[in-house]
Design a protein around this ligand. Structure first.
Ligand code: NAD
Length: 364
């Protein structure tokens, strides 16, 4: 960004960047609104000790834009936004600080809706909720969707099925060899779905106790965490860390499909190009892992939270993935680029509808 904020805002078409300062509570941060064409800007609140203020601003800008694409491609009627608090989440949190943030968010009157992110907890969201209704990722008793990892796992599973149909011509994962890296909140449920479907599962996790327990529960094999990607697999599912598809691992992959929940799976975009050239079908991470947020934000729809509607919306990630595969094939571009196109086209087409509405209003 090189300190040229307006140049950056213009380049990526940002709407707003708000600076937050509260001397009383020590709150210092920013709220970034990228695009509200599809709905209010929504995205979590990150609390982090940034090396400098520019890093914090840049992080908020980058993450907000990522949310625009995530919602747009996943068919969610929300725009992209993000809040960043500059500070150490271990030592600098207080009730006053989050209440202050809640008041700032409330002042925006629904233009921005916050939620959980790195460095913030459900407890912090409950505190923000005391000051504003514009919060997602809340427990059920606070009007939220509660635990969402299983819905993230459901969208991973749906994207796997769409990819398997394309690659192997099957509509079930029965008998396919699937490797899951990381069996935490999301990975555990991915394994559960796979076991119900009759896949041959291998799992890996740095937590030895956990990996053993999950293997026993679902009859899965265990592999070393840093070797699982190199196994002779049909599907590799990264559900632990980012940047697992990198210069080194890419040479060792034998799978035909990659679909997992981890954020930022491609170390660099060139790795997405390489997967495409190698004939490995990649379910873009922000599509495969959209389930939790799709389910969580259902309560923002007219009539409030509806569990069944939320589940059905998560299951539609299957169709979204099919659409991405179609764009990728027709336009001969890797799937990670096809997902971006899908998002951009949806925003552009809804944007047209918005303009139409304005024109009608003027003529009345
Ligand atoms: P989690 O912390 O519950 O689970 C992660 C698991 O990965 C843990 O069991 C951990 O021991 C294991 N792990 C860590 N390093 C590892 C390594 N090198 N090799 C193998 N295993 C390793 O986290 P989660 O909520 O299950 O999320 C998993 C990933 O999915 C994260 O990248 C997260 O950002 C992403 N994600 C999660 C959600 C959600 O709904 N929880 C939504 C979107 C994206």
């Amino acid at each position: 960004m090189d300190g040229k904020i307006f140049e950056y805002l213009e380049k990526y078409d940002y709407e707003n960047l708000f600076f937050l300062n509260d001397n009383q509570t020590g709150l210092k941060g920013v709220i970034c609104i990228h695009d509200t064409t599809l709905g209010p800007a929504t995205g979590g609140c990150r609390m982090w000790t940034y090396a400098n203020e520019w890093d914090a601003i840049e992080d908020a800008l980058r993450l907000a834009r990522g949310m625009t694409y995530k919602y747009a491609a996943a068919g969610v009627d929300l725009g992209g936004g993000k809040a960043v608090i500059i500070g150490d989440p271990k030592t600098q949190k207080s009730e006053a600080l989050f209440r202050s943030l809640g008041r700032f968010i409330n002042r925006l009157n629904g233009m921005y809706i916050t939620g959980l992110d790195v460095g913030t907890t459900l407890r912090d969201m409950e505190t923000i909720r005391l000051e504003t209704p514009y919060v997602v990722t809340l427990p059920r008793e606070f009007g939220g969707a509660g635990q969402i990892s299983n819905y993230t796992a459901l969208s991973v599973f749906q994207s796997m099925k769409a990819c398997a149909e394309e690659k192997f011509g099957v509509n079930s994962l029965e008998g396919l060899r699937v490797g899951v890296q990381g069996v935490g909140s999301v990975g555990y449920h991915v394994v559960k779905f796979l076991a119900e479907e009759g896949a041959h599962i291998t799992i890996a996790d740095i937590d030895q106790e956990r990996v053993k327990a999950v293997a026993e529960e679902f009859g899965a094999k265990i592999e070393k965490p840093d070797r699982i990607h190199a196994l002779d697999l049909d599907i590799f599912s990264p559900c632990a860390l980012g940047k697992v598809i990198n210069d080194q691992s890419i040479e060792e992959l034998k799978c035909k499909v990659i679909a997992g929940s981890a954020n930022n799976q491609l170390a660099e975009s060139k790795h997405g190009d390489y997967l495409d050239q190698a004939g490995i079908l990649y379910a873009p991470d922000y599509i495969a892992n959209a389930g939790g947020t799709i389910f969580d934000t259902d309560r923002l729809k007219p009539g409030g939270f509806n569990e069944e509607r939320g589940v059905q919306a998560v299951k539609r990630v299957y169709e979204t993935m099919k659409q991405i595969i179609k764009i990728s094939k027709e336009e001969q571009i890797p799937t990670y680029k096809a997902a971006d196109r899908l998002a951009e086209r949806r925003i552009a087409s809804v944007g047209k509808a918005k303009q139409l509405r304005k024109a009608v209003n003027i003529s009345m």
